[in-house]
Write a protein that binds this ligand. Structure first.
Ligand code: PLP
Length: 389
């Protein structure tokens, strides 16, 4: 039995999504901008998907702009808003230190263009305090970007409260909701956001499709220039098949949200308490906070995360580490670092993320396998570098 517990990296598409992508690829090849029958068929497929994704986030379909995924949506939100707001003299951006690289590296790019950026840290529980955001806001703050749910530890951020603070200072508010779609309810009106990013492959849709929600009336410059697609907001012939697949995934996410959230929370809690009980020297990162139901991030004392990840993979169990292994050195996770955890805990943590096809048998297999692997790694490093950790 192979176990896939890396749903936050990507999810397998549901059978209905695969069916829709195949059918549209086969039968609906027209260009949605063409006026003839073939084009109108493609446009109808896009319209259907637009309504489905709009329903997932409580938006009007006209506020949904199709993109090639979460990274493009985050880039569009920040660069598109920055381009539109630059002439107003506002040149300051605020975000949290635990944002995804799609946001963090876009901020760096804007900083090279002369924008001031403020990264607000989170507390030990992995949540940003609205007060810290309030302190960071200035008269020239143009955009505030705070993710809805964190990809590494699953913590849910107080987005509605922060959005209100941003608005009160005349700034736009963007949230990267890539990790919350299909896991917790999302409503752009309740959250009070101007811009919101989603990515289809994180909620059992195809890769290479996403959306940016742009609240009606929000000033944005396109970042991809060309034809008049997406009401002049994103040029380029739409990826009809992937977008149609995203529409099906969005509909299924709405239908399954309640039952799936409960089922996943039970599985995740079973996994979490099972690991904590079976493996000494373990602690959950962000465990005391409100979290998406499918994610747990666990530190294993005196273990290097990358070694445990590889040992698990050899047993057929796929998980992830937030820290990146580059040229032999383990980069600490920027999220765990921002929480103020000691260095060893930023390098000894694994993320287990569950989803649609996860089962109790898989959870139990992981709980059963882990103690042996951890004990083996600890005995290997007992007198070596790991002992210091
Ligand atoms: N934002 C978050 C929070 C993510 O977890 C990811 C993917 O890992 C992205 C953005 C990027 O999305 P995509 O893979 O669709 O470009």
């Amino acid at each position: 039995m192979r176990v896939y517990f890396d749903y936050n990296a990507t999810t397998p598409p549901s059978p209905e999504v695969v069916e829709r992508v195949a059918a549209v690829t086969q039968d609906v090849f027209g260009n949605a901008s063409s006026v003839h029958h073939f084009g109108q068929e493609a446009k109808a497929a896009l319209d259907e998907a637009r309504s489905a994704v709009a329903a997932l986030i409580g938006a009007d379909p006209s506020e949904v702009v199709f993109t090639a995924g979460g990274t493009e949506s985050d880039n569009f939100a920040l660069r598109g808003a920055a381009d539109a707001l630059e002439p107003t003299g506002r040149r300051h951006l605020v975000a949290t230190a635990i944002e995804h690289e799609a946001v963090l590296n876009t901020l760096k790019a804007l900083a090279r263009r002369g924008w001031r950026t403020t990264l607000v840290p989170v507390d030990q529980s992995g949540v940003v305090s609205p007060d810290r955001i309030r302190e960071a806001l200035a008269d020239d703050t143009a955009i505030v970007s705070v993710m809805h749910a964190n990809n590494e530890i699953g913590t849910i951020q107080p987005v509605a409260e922060i959005a209100a603070l941003a608005r009160a200072r005349g700034a736009l508010f963007h949230t990267d909701a890539v990790q919350s779609a299909g896991k917790v309810p999302i409503n752009v009106k309740t959250l009070g956001v101007d811009l919101l990013s989603l990515s289809a492959h994180k909620f059992n849709g195809p890769k290479g499709a996403g959306i940016l929600y742009v609240k009606r009336g929000t000033r944005m410059q396109p970042i991809l220039t060309g034809g008049k697609h997406e009401r002049n907001r994103r040029a380029g012939t739409e990826n009809t098949a992937a977008i149609a697949g995203m529409g099906v995934a969005a509909r299924q996410a709405v239908q399954k949200l309640e039952t799936e959230a409960g089922r996943l929370a039970a599985l995740r809690d079973r996994l979490e308490s099972g690991i904590l009980a079976a493996v000494p020297g373990t602690v959950v990162n962000g465990g005391s906070s409100l979290r998406v139901p499918n994610t747990t991030n666990i530190s294993f004392d005196r273990v290097e995360a990358e070694s445990l990840l590889i040992a698990l993979d050899l047993e057929g169990i796929a998980v992830s580490t937030g820290s990146a292994c580059s040229s032999g050195t383990l980069e600490p996770s920027h999220v765990l670092k921002a929480m103020g955890l000691p260095v060893h805990r930023t390098q000894n943590s694994l993320r287990f993320s569950l989803g649609l096809f996860s089962t109790q048998a898989e959870v139990d297999r992981v709980i059963e396998t882990l103690p042996r692997l951890v004990e083996k790694l600890r005995s290997l490093t007992r007198s070596g570098v790991g002992a210091a950790r």
